[in-house]
Design a protein around this ligand. Structure first.
Ligand code: SD4
Length: 320
């Protein structure tokens, strides 16, 4: 593992109060609650923490956390303020999953800001798991959500600018792969796991394109006996390996969260014969509260909040 992080966590281990376990493999093991999220989503973690620290359920916590970037116009790949597709439309993908393997998901959702909350309504108020497009929007309206314009002036300008020279970058690491998508995983005081994932997807994507984020098993997976995982980055790559499900299965077979994420990354890199320039980052949290992440390229980070810790961790990556 990254030496800096190892030293930081080792030092923390020495300072931790009784009641919290710590292993010197660099995996912190909290007794709970724990919340982790992709990228610098510390504000989302704080919203989740308010619920977790009061003894609330992980499902409420991850929904509350995911709603933070959805409402933030400064976050260019989630909810309001997200970059549009090639036709200038902001289309949202989101899902949520609880400790009983119940899940809800929406994809290609237009004009509704809190896609994660619509996904939760799918979980609670429908016999289905996934709804898309017009039907998902009608379902949202029927459940009390309001239509609103999600395209900010700043995002519209980026789109207008892109139209002058419309290249279609999907797999390369560039300005339209603005990675801020949130995957958020929580372990509550009752020892239950839940997760959520929400995004506006890759900027300047084709109209109708859906990524990994609303797909249970790709952008998110939770198995309350084992752990939870989430993904960010080029969704097409994550879907091809059923990434989050793969990470959880690797943990089931004994891998630590970081190692499970690393081995899922390895599968993706192997799909490209060992060389690629796209980015994917994974995040994992196991039933004991141990967590980790791993990415293809450098620059990926994830935010952690526990009783003792509130920080942004710079992830290890395949290509250094
Ligand atoms: C997608 N995985 O739609 C998302 C994009 C992403 O940070 O994670 N961006 O493919």
């Amino acid at each position: 593992m990254d030496r800096k992080i190892f030293l930081k966590t080792s030092l923390l281990g020495a300072l931790l109060p009784a009641g919290r376990k710590f292993s010197f493999s660099g995996q912190a093991e909290a007794e709970g609650p724990v919340v982790i999220s992709t990228w610098d989503n510390r504000k989302a973690n704080s919203a989740a923490w308010e619920i977790l620290s009061g003894g609330g359920p992980a499902l409420d916590a991850v929904e509350a956390g995911a709603r933070v970037p959805e409402a933030d116009p400064g976050d260019r790949s989630v909810g309001y303020g997200g970059y549009p597709d090639r036709t200038g439309k902001v289309t949202l993908d989101a899902c949520i999953m609880n400790h009983e393997s119940r899940c809800g998901s929406v994809a290609f959702l237009l004009d509704i800001k809190h896609a994660v909350s619509v996904a939760r309504k799918v979980l609670e108020n429908s016999p289905h798991v996934m709804m898309v497009g017009e039907g998902a929007q009608q379902f949202a309206l029927d459940n009390g959500f309001k239509k609103e314009n999600l395209l900010t002036e700043e995002a519209r300008q980026v789109w207008l600018n892109w139209k002058k020279n419309p290249e279609y970058p999907v797999t390369s690491w560039d300005q339209y792969m603005n990675h801020d998508t949130i995957g958020i995983l929580a372990l509550d005081r009752q020892g239950n796991l839940s997760g959520a994932c929400t995004t506006s997807g890759i900027g300047m994507k084709m109209h109708g394109r859906v990524g990994d984020s609303p797909l249970i098993g790709a952008g998110l997976f939770v198995d309350n006996d084992i752990g939870a995982a989430a993904a960010t980055g080029v969704g097409e790559e994550v879907i091809r390996v059923a990434g989050s499900h793969l990470v959880v299965e690797l943990m089931r077979h004994g891998a630590s969260p970081t190692d499970a994420c690393r081995r899922a990354v390895e599968r993706i890199v192997n799909n490209h014969g060992g060389a690629m320039d796209g980015q994917v980052g994974f995040l994992a949290l196991n039933k004991k509260g141990a967590y980790g992440g791993y990415a293809i390229q450098s620059g990926y980070s994830y935010a952690v909040r526990t009783l003792q810790q509130e920080e942004l961790i710079s992830s290890e990556s395949w290509f250094g």
